[in-house]
Every structure is written in C-alpha cells, then in structure tokens.
Design a protein around this ligand. Structure first.
Ligand SMILES: [Zn+2]
Ligand SMILES: [Zn+2]
Length: 182
C-alpha cells in the first residue's frame, strides 16, 4: 500500500462518508486512469474529462481523487449503471475506459483495504483504449450555444436542445421529463 493510496483513501472516505469496497476500488480506478493519461498530480493537469457510468460509491472516489466536478464540466454522469469510467485527454479526445472486473467479494470481518491490496489492477480492472468525440458544447468554458424551447419557453444551454418535427425543444418536452407536474 503506497502513501499516495492511503492519502487518497482518507480523502475519498471523508468525502463519501465511509470506507467501502466501492471507495477502495474507486480510488484504485481513479489512479489507474490518471496514470494512463500520464498524470501524477491532477491539481496540476486539468486537461482531462472523466465520464462516470455509475452513480454509486465508486463515483465519489473518482471525484475525490481526480478533484473534478460536474460544475466545472470535467465530470460527466452517463447513468449507464455500470461500474466503469472513462478518463479522456481533453486535447486529443483519447483515453481509457476502465471497467470493474473484480469477481471476488471481501469476506465478512476482514480488513477491506488489506483484502483488496492483494489483487493487482490487472485483475481488478479491464482497461480499453477509447476515443470520445468531444463537442465544443461539452467542454469547460463559457457556453458556446443557448436556445429556447418552443414549447415550454425555458432556456437551454450547451447544445442540449433537440430538433423534433422542425421544432427546437428541450429534452423534457421532446422525450418526456423525469418529473410530473402536480
Ligand atoms: Zn460506499
Ligand atoms: Zn421544453
């Protein structure tokens, strides 16, 4: 266990609220992604984007270790429900998608950190080089495009508007919203 892992784990545990398998493996996944991109100190290199496919413990660990946030647009929630994330270089669009491969479960009453420490990254993760077509609308910086929905008249930022039957619509009007008005 390296010093870096221990300090990453401490930070992620504070951020998340408890240490769990998702946090331990999320810390490992974050570092694997960073090192693929050649980044040692994410504070010093902000030119990367992480696409999170899960919104569970693992996501908090990745957010904590990378220091990325949704508000700064360097973290993207894909909502796939998969224990996976892609770490992408913002300048080239190239990077790595890392999928959790771990089949084993830490036996009860064992030290989780010790248990997972015996497995190398290659056993825990499947890593595949990937390319993301980064759109200007998806990148950090001032909004490049805004629109107004022709149905609800709400403002839509960052190219999230959808053209349907010749109308410019927001996602909620075009595809149905996640909420119902009561
Ligand atoms: Zn957890
Ligand atoms: Zn609308």
């Amino acid at each position: 266990m390296t010093e870096q892992f221990q300090s990453d784990l401490k930070k992620a545990t504070l951020f998340h609220g408890h240490a769990c398998t998702g946090i331990i493996l999320g810390v490992r996944m974050a570092r694997a992604g960073l090192s693929y991109l050649g980044i040692n100190d994410p504070e010093e290199n902000r030119d990367f984007i992480v696409y999170l496919e899960i919104d569970r413990c693992l996501a908090d660990a990745i957010q904590s270790v990378t220091g990325l946030s949704f508000g700064k647009r360097r973290l993207k929630a894909m909502g796939y429900g998969k224990m996976a994330a892609s770490f992408i270089d913002m300048n080239t669009g190239k990077g790595v998608r890392i999928v959790m491969n771990a089949k084993q479960e830490a036996p009860e009453k064992t030290d989780q950190v010790q248990f997972w420490d015996q497995f190398p990254d290659e056993q825990l993760f499947q890593m595949e080089p990937v390319m993301v077509d980064l759109k200007p609308e998806d990148l950090p910086g001032p909004p490049v495009r805004t629109a107004v929905c022709e149905l609800c008249h709400e403002k839509i930022m960052d190219g999230k508007d959808i053209v349907k039957d010749g109308q410019i619509l927001c996602k909620a009007c075009a595809e149905g919203a996640y909420y119902r008005k009561i």
